[in-house]
Design a protein around this ligand. Structure first.
Ligand code: DHB
Ligand code: MG
Length: 221
């Protein structure tokens, strides 16, 4: 299939299943207006997260890496009754903009945005006796992916689903001599996940409007 068809088919999927609506589009505009990279997930990927959240009746959702809140809104809109999303963002300015986005999209009552380095936040959460997370979405700084996985599993339970973004990186994961710290981060993560007996897991390649990439999906055993 020709590569430009990927974007057209993604649009076809969005038209059928993943209407962004004006409020989610406003987050994409906010990213543009602030001169930030368009590195949020796509609408079809947002819908995929909702399908997964619904499949496991997710009440407690953890997101690592809020950015401007685009994926957070998709997740919040799929949370089970009485549930919420805890989302972690290191960057103060992203967190501020995300707060605006969550309000504009009317999901602020379903989301708790915690600011500060995610590794510190995760350590703190372990002392809080929170109910285990049903679903975790990791979409933050790539070099720390392994650390996030290690900490997340302590906050999860049998049957919890962990999804991680950007694990193929346009095929750069194949470069064994890569010096790109993001590539090295996801290579280490993919290897760790593949060797981890606590999970049944795989990687799924993603094509569409965004560059060729992939997500990891793991279910805790
Ligand atoms: C990058 C990060 C992302 O979360 C993404 O979806 C795409 C790219 C990056 O840091 O390069
Ligand atoms: Mg990403």
């Amino acid at each position: 299939m020709k590569e430009n068809n990927f974007a057209l088919c993604d649009q076809y999927i969005e038209n059928l299943f993943a209407d962004e609506g004006d409020d989610l589009k406003s987050i994409i505009h906010l990213i543009e207006e602030n001169g930030l990279p368009q590195q949020s997930i796509s609408a079809s990927q947002g819908k995929f997260l909702q399908v997964m959240a619904t499949a496991c009746n997710a009440k407690h959702i953890l997101e690592i890496g809020t950015f401007l809140g685009y994926s957070t809104v998709w997740l919040a809109r799929a949370v089970a009754d009485g549930g919420r999303v805890i989302t972690l963002e290191t960057d103060e300015s992203f967190a501020k903009l995300a707060e605006q986005s969550l309000q504009r999209c009317n999901v602020n009552h379903l989301v708790e945005l915690r600011k500060g380095p995610a590794l510190d936040q995760l350590q703190l959460m372990m002392q809080e006796n929170l109910p285990p997370f049903d679903l975790v979405f990791i979409d933050a700084d790539k070099p720390a992916y392994c650390d996030y996985l290690q900490l997340c599993r302590k906050l999860c339970r049998k049957g919890s689903i962990i999804i991680a973004d950007n694990v193929i990186r346009d095929g750069k994961v194949l470069e064994v001599d890569s010096t790109d710290e993001k590539v090295i981060g996801v290579q280490r993560f993919n290897k760790m996940l593949s060797e981890c007996n606590d999970f049944t897991s795989t990687l799924i390649q993603t094509v569409g409007k965004k560059e060729h990439d992939g997500i990891a999906i793991a279910v805790m055993k």
